[in-house]
Design a protein around this ligand. Structure first.
Ligand code: DLZ
Length: 171
């Protein structure tokens, strides 16, 4: 079930229907990493379900699949350099901590990459990458005790696009 917006431990998740501007004009790119695929497929499913349920059309949402989280920032940048760039990107992936420093290095690279891109492009890059110790922690974030991070990423993108509409009207 898709919850309405609410305050949770992790922040506010927006529920009001998006404005006409958002529904008519904005396009959203989803970049989903295929590493830990069962988990990331569910992140994407929940994310798309919220976007469609809130009124976006299928043609306003495009997905790029990448091998792993490390590839997310560059694929996100490709969304920004399209002839008709997307207005926000939602990054979905799952990093599971192993016994090497890989986890921290990739998590740091993805965070930094998305933030740099977001500031450079002036577009939201929503970070829906799970960083967990094991699959149980991941499942708790796919509709378990810690909500559904794919759905939350969708709400975050809609909330940022709504804010962007307002700031453009004010200038
Ligand atoms: C190499 C690697 C490892 C160890 N773990 C993960 C992971 O938990 N989640 C994920 O999305 N990707 C992982 N990768 C793959 C890297 O993100 C990347 O795809 C490769 O290093 C190739 O650049």
């Amino acid at each position: 079930m898709i919850p309405d917006g609410s305050w949770t431990k992790t922040g506010f998740h927006h529920s009001p229907s998006p404005s006409v501007q958002v529904l008519d004009r904005w396009r959203i790119g989803i970049v989903v990493a295929l590493w830990n695929r069962e988990i990331t497929e569910e992140l994407e499913r929940g994310c798309r379900a919220v976007l469609l349920e809130r009124g976006l059309r299928e043609d306003q949402i495009e997905t790029y699949q990448v091998p792993g989280c490390f590839e997310i920032p560059v694929a996100s940048s490709w969304f920004c350099s399209l002839k008709s760039p997307v207005d926000a990107v939602i990054a979905l992936g799952c990093l599971i901590k192993g016994e090497t420093p890989h986890f921290d290095l990739i998590a740091e690279a993805v965070n930094r990459g998305l933030m740099d891109l977001s500031l450079r492009e002036g577009r939201p890059m929503v970070n829906g990458v799970l960083t967990v110790l094991d699959t149980e922690q991941a499942n708790q974030r796919l509709g378990g005790a810690h909500g559904h991070k794919g759905q939350e990423a969708a709400y975050t993108a809609l909330q940022m696009l709504e804010l962007r509409s307002q700031t453009l009207q004010a200038t």
